[in-house]
Design a protein around this ligand. Structure first.
Ligand code: GLA
Length: 343
């Protein structure tokens, strides 16, 4: 009798999709893990605005095409991510040929041109699209983050972006708003306000992406409360960028990893998946930001608190925030997460 335990995607088939954010290089590095355990892919960078549309008349579809082709070959779904953001959009987008700031109308028109090209190429291949990423301010009383989008279009750029996106992709593509620190009470209040506002005015939004960039110090009660609150909105929910850092945002040197920290991480992952399973009637997909611990953005960055990042101090520490060891074995909590799903 085989003692092989089922894969993540098999164990979770009755709950939600299991996804990973990837670049095409990951297919060589982690093809074995991806094919066995995952059934959804997000392009980490490949479908963002600037990588795909670096200049007004220049498009680069190479990475996105590879991701779509890999997903098709392996029967995986694709989440598209994320055109309207305060980062990774070339400044050319906001200026005319003389370098003058565009008018609101001209920017909306350009956004539609961009989304139309994207939609025609990938609309049939993706099942959802993070139309807007991180538009809400973490700090202060202000709800929206100041950006080229707010400055030129105004506060209704969110509703406008969803309306434009809706014109550019088939109805099979669910339109999402995606954000981080979504479990922290003051950010949650702002998010709920904005999401309710979009729903009230009839903007074509289908879902909310909870990034879930967490650390072992995140507050599980607040996470549970947040999932409950977002679930009550009537939107579909995806966990879009899960990882659990071993460090706080302030730890920048080479902290020693203790057994206690690893135990906290174990408990956190097991509890998180228990919450996700409990809300599986609204959660359709859980995606980790990366595949295995050998390659994680958290080696050189930190779980951000708003835009706070201790930029002056190099982040020399190695982090281990994902579901697989660098040598492709499952982390101990991953086995437990699988067992719990099979109960
Ligand atoms: C944010 C973005 C992602 C990615 C990560 C860090 O959470 O939404 O696209 O850039 O930061 O890698």
């Amino acid at each position: 009798m085989s003692t092989k335990i089922p894969s993540l995607r098999e164990a979770y088939a009755k709950y939600f999709k299991i996804g990973a954010a990837v670049s095409p290089r990951d297919f060589e590095l982690f093809g074995d893990i991806l094919a066995e355990h995952f059934n959804s892919l997000t392009g980490g960078n490949a479908m963002k605005f600037e990588p795909i549309h670096p200049q007004k008349d220049v498009w680069d579809f190479r990475a996105a095409d590879q991701i779509v082709a890999y997903a098709k070959a392996h029967g995986m779904a694709v989440r598209a991510h994320a055109p309207v953001w305060h980062k990774q959009v070339g400044l050319w987008m906001f200026r005319d040929d003389d370098g003058e700031t565009l008018s609101r109308e001209a920017l909306l028109e350009r956004l539609e041109e961009h989304m139309m090209v994207f939609g025609q190429r990938y609309g049939a291949d993706v099942y959802c699209w993070d139309v807007i990423n991180e538009a809400i301010a973490h700090f202060g009383k202000g709800v929206l983050r100041d950006s080229n989008w707010t400055q030129i279009i105004g506060e209704d750029f969110l509703a406008q972006s969803f309306r434009i996106a809706k014109k550019c992709v088939p109805d099979s593509v669910q339109l999402f708003y995606n954000d981080y620190n979504e479990w922290m009470p003051h950010k949650r209040e702002k998010l709920l306000k904005v999401l309710r506002g979009l729903l009230d005015e009839g903007a074509p939004i289908d879902g909310f992406g909870m990034q879930q960039h967490l650390s072992i110090y995140a507050d599980l009660d607040e996470i549970r409360r947040s999932v409950e609150a977002y679930a009550s909105l009537g939107l579909r929910l995806h966990v879009t960028e899960l990882d659990v850092s071993l460090y706080t945002v302030y730890e920048t040197g080479r902290p020693t990893i203790t057994d206690e920290m690893l135990q906290k991480q174990y408990d956190m992952y097991v509890e998180l998946f228990s919450i996700y399973r409990q809300y599986a009637d609204v959660i359709d997909s859980v995606t980790t930001w990366g595949v295995a611990d050998s390659a994680t953005w958290l080696d050189s960055s930190a779980v951000r608190i708003g835009d706070f990042k201790p930029d002056n101090v190099p982040m020399q520490r190695k982090n281990f925030p994902l579901l697989f060891y660098a040598d492709h074995r499952m982390r101990p909590y991953t086995e437990k997460i699988i067992e719990d799903a099979l109960k």
